[in-house]
Write a protein that binds this ligand. Structure first.
Ligand SMILES: *[C@@H]1O[C@H](CO)[C@@H](O)[C@H](O)[C@H]1NC(C)=O
Ligand SMILES: *[C@@H]1O[C@H](CO)[C@@H](O)[C@H](O)[C@H]1NC(C)=O
Ligand SMILES: *[C@@H]1O[C@H](CO)[C@@H](O)[C@H](O)[C@H]1NC(C)=O
Length: 407
């Protein structure tokens, strides 16, 4: 009895399933339905989108926090409408459609890794992920992204060593990995690669500044708040045509300032505050005709503040506090009074707010010299005429904030 009832039930269930199948399909073959990772290949406007669909969905399943509900839009075949995803025609086929750019800035997504995601989107040109909770290390497979142009991983919890895979991406122009937990050394090839912007600040990088630093083609270099050591190499002068903003503050740099910094005629911002630099301020800095902000505060610099530096036409802020300078001339004095030049806590007798005499005597009682001492008084240019200060917002200081950079 019981068994015949069960058979009856089974038969009616099968009939029901079959009739359902007949409504939905022309075929009678019954197959175990596949896990619908690719819903319907025909619904994708391009094969390239169909291929990356499962990659995006797999990544979506690893996201542990999505406070803004971003991933609720990551459904269906219309990937170009997903929040944060942008489509374009790839360079190798101008009639195809692909995900060319991803902008997750400020989405606060949390995921244990970006591995298997961005490295599997072969046409990606831009990846911006400022202020998310991404962690893990960066895959070496990133090197296969042949169009990657901008990589912004700033303000996340990424760890491990410097993502050396980016060294093999010749198109890469913008590298921003500041505010992460990266450790270890930085490969010096970073300065021979044709990057326009290198933002490495606020990590735990350790590197003795290499001599090839001056080979850089970058306009913006921000190494602040790490553990960079050694002296600023004299080769930096070779980058005179490109460097605009250089942030070296809060590292462990030592040695004397190379007079070749004075060759950087396009530099607007040079900040090497809070290091262990010593020696005089080279007169050559009087050639930095475009400089607006110069910061060498909290080092061990000494001697006179060159008048040619204070006479720079675009100078808006010369910060030399907490050093051991002992002389200033009338041009500098005028700027001290107007607040452009800050020489607090030095050893200048006729200026207020200086170090106690005892500290100054102790400092100057130790003999101190720099190599190439002759170069400190060379002025390798015609001293520039004062110009109007055209106020502009410097970019690199905003790199010291966690937020995304507005270029
Ligand atoms: C370019 O992309 C279109 C759209 O996906 C495709 O139909 C076409 O076959 C592709 N051409 C080549 C040469 O791959
Ligand atoms: C992001 O990570 C930090 C540190 O691990 C944690 O304190 C915070 O709760 C995380 N936020 C989210 C939304 O997961
Ligand atoms: C000048 O620069 C120093 C060092 O960067 C900074 O602390 C200070 O606030 C700046 N002063 C002005 C008036 O912008």
């Amino acid at each position: 009895m019981l068994s015949s009832k069960q058979t009856l039930l089974s038969i009616s269930l099968i009939t029901l399933l079959l009739s359902l199948l007949l409504v939905n399909s022309n075929s009678l073959t019954i197959e175990i339905p596949p896990i619908p990772l690719i819903p319907d290949i025909l619904n994708f406007i391009d094969l390239r989108l169909a291929i990356i669909f499962p990659i995006i969905q797999t990544f979506k399943n690893t996201i542990t926090s999505d406070p803004l509900g971003i991933t609720t839009t990551w459904v269906g075949p219309n990937i170009c409408n997903y929040k944060g995803f942008y489509c374009d025609n790839p360079p190798d086929n101008l009639t195809a459609t692909t995900v060319a750019s991803i902008d997750f800035n400020g989405f606060h997504l949390a995921a244990p890794s970006l591995d298997g995601f961005i490295d599997q989107l072969p046409d990606l040109a831009l990846f911006h992920a400022n202020s998310n909770n991404f962690s893990g290390t960066i895959s070496s497979k990133l090197a296969s992204l042949k169009y990657l142009y901008e990589l912004d991983l700033s303000n996340n919890f990424l760890s491990g060593t410097f993502p050396i895979s980016i060294l093999n991406i010749p198109t890469l122009s913008f590298l921003d990995i500041r505010y992460n937990l990266f450790t270890g050394t930085v490969p010096q090839q970073i300065f021979t690669q044709t990057l326009d912007a290198i933002f490495l600040n606020n990590n735990n990088f350790i590197l003795t500044l290499p001599d090839n630093l001056g080979d850089t083609k970058a306009s913006y270099i921000t190494l602040a708040n790490n553990k960079f050591t050694g002296a600023i190499p004299s080769t930096i002068g070779k980058a005179s045509s490109n460097l605009i903003e250089v942030l070296l503050l809060n590292n462990l740099l030592d040695g004397c300032l190379p007079y070749e910094i004075g060759f950087l005629e396009n530099v607007k911002l040079f900040d090497a505050g809070s290091n262990r630099l010593t020696g005089p301020l080279p007169f050559s800095f009087g050639c930095l005709k475009n400089v607006e902000q110069l910061n060498f505060a909290s080092n061990m610099l000494y001697g006179q503040v060159p008048e040619v530096v204070c006479a720079l036409g675009n100078l808006a802020n010369l910060s030399l506090s907490y050093n051991y300078f002992n002389r200033v001339g009338p041009i500098c004095k005028k700027l001290i009074r107007s607040g452009v030049v800050d020489v607090r806590n030095n050893c200048i007798l006729d200026v207020p707010d200086q170090r106690p005499l005892k500290e100054c005597v102790a400092f100057y009682s130790v003999p101190r010299t720099c190599l190439r001492s002759r170069t400190f008084s060379i002025i390798p240019c015609h001293t520039p005429k004062a110009r109007e200060i055209n106020k502009r917002n410097l970019l690199s200081y905003s790199a010291l904030q966690r937020n995304r950079l507005l270029l």
